[in-house]
Ligand binder design. Structure first.
Ligand SMILES: *Cc1c(COP(=O)(O)O)cnc(C)c1O
Length: 393
């Protein structure tokens, strides 16, 4: 067989005097230069250019700048997952012999990093209650280098004393990293409050459509920000162009989605509290939430898009509830455009003993809702039907 003679091996991109209004997806792994001088200038920083996708590409740069603007950050690093961002924050700040103090209700994988991976590297870790500054201060050791907290915890939606912990850490010379995934930058901007590092799972409400797995980590100190980028590139934590491109698109509707799902979540929380069979509702903006006052000072009184609640009836009631919640996905994630329901006892918190779950207030009847952008009335009616079905078992 002979080659097709008229076909160029790589067909050039067509020229156009008009510009696309949408930023293109650029999947190229590698970038060609004019000559060694040009490449040299690029590496030396004298000329702007991309070289290799793991080191940086236009889609990550666009997305990073968008999230930087939302968080009031500079030079934030986009990573291939939220866990990539958590790992960069940890490994970029600590070394063997250091101690990391974490919140006791961190995201499950972050807890595993703290409890299993860091100790293996010679980094000591311990956990404390982030709603209690005194408990955090008491857990500080001479070798504590970093504090890792989440603004709002999963799944009980406790609001950390972010301001108190930052003030205490500043006095002790300890860095503070805040995973701000649940409130998003619309609810809270940790860097503006004095945190050293902010982390996001962009996978969640930021990208917002359950089709991109991404993270973001930014540091206030430019040297630390530069170290994060080097670490992410060297350890291979950087993100794929396609995911960044999807997330960029998702972010254009972020404010609309945020306002819609937050307003619906507030209504759903109140509606659930009135339903017979619902034993308790956890929503930071409600006056019966244990951290209600802090939600006003830290989150501006916004409750966010997550609502947790508990029904009676044990596992049988939980099964009946999910089966009757027609049209809603029962799935262990959050931040989708549509509402999702998760059941921590069988998913995120299944590794805990029933006693440990009970201590956190997570029973078989405990559900966490990520409220989406559906019409609110229909959504509340679906919950009403599902709670009634749970009550009938
Ligand atoms: C989901 C999540 C993560 C991990 O993000 P991935 O994108 O799934 O890796 C970290 N922290 C919080 C609070 C999360 O919700």
């Amino acid at each position: 067989m002979s080659d097709t003679p008229s076909k160029p091996f790589r067909t050039p991109w067509p020229g156009s005097v008009s510009r696309p209004v949408v930023n293109p997806l650029q999947p190229s792994v590698v970038y060609a230069s004019d000559d060694p001088d040009a490449l040299d200038a690029q590496y030396e920083g004298g000329a702007k250019g991309f070289t290799y996708a793991r080191e940086g590409h236009p889609n990550a740069e666009v997305l990073g700048q968008m999230v930087d603007a939302m968080e009031g950050a500079k030079g934030g690093v986009v990573t291939g997952s939220g866990m990539g961002a958590v790992t960069v924050a940890l490994l970029g700040t600590v070394r063997a012999g250091d101690h990391v103090l974490g919140a006791d209700q961190l995201y499950g994988r972050s807890l595993r990093l703290m409890n299993e991976e860091l100790p293996r590297l010679g980094i000591a870790t311990s956990l404390a209650d982030p709603t209690d500054v005194a408990a955090f201060e008491a857990a500080i050791r001479p070798e504590t280098r970093l504090i890792l907290i989440e603004t709002v915890s999963n799944p009980t939606l406790r609001v950390a004393d972010v301001d108190g912990i930052i003030a205490m850490a500043l006095a002790r010379g300890v860095l503070v990293a805040v995973d701000n995934t649940f409130p998003t930058p619309r609810g809270c901007q940790p860097l503006a409050r004095g945190a050293d590092i902010v982390i996001h799972s962009v996978t969640k409400l930021m990208a917002g459509h359950s089709d991109a797995t991404l993270g973001y980590v930014a540091a206030r100190d430019p040297d630390l920000a530069a170290r994060f980028l080097t670490l992410a590139v060297s350890m291979g934590f950087t993100a794929s162009p396609f995911d960044c491109w999807l997330a960029e698109r998702g972010l254009y509707s972020f404010d609309l989605r945020y306002e819609r799902c937050t307003a619906t979540a507030a209504r759903l929380g109140d509606a659930l509290a009135d339903m017979p069979g619902v034993e308790r509702v956890l929503y930071p903006a409600r006056s019966d939430h244990p951290d209600h006052n802090r939600s006003i000072s830290l989150l501006g009184g916004e409750g966010g898009h997550m609502v947790s609640f508990e029904i009676a009836g044990g596992r049988a009631g939980a099964n009946a509830f999910v089966r009757a919640a027609e049209g809603l996905n029962f799935a262990p994630t959050l931040g989708d455009i549509a509402t999702t329901i998760s059941h921590p006892a069988t998913s995120s918190h299944r590794a805990l003993t029933p006693e440990a779950r009970a201590a956190l207030g997570i029973s078989e009847g405990f559900f966490r809702i990520s409220v989406g952008c559906e019409p609110a009335d229909a959504l509340i009616a679906t919950f009403d039907t599902a709670v009634r079905a749970a009550c009938e078992v």
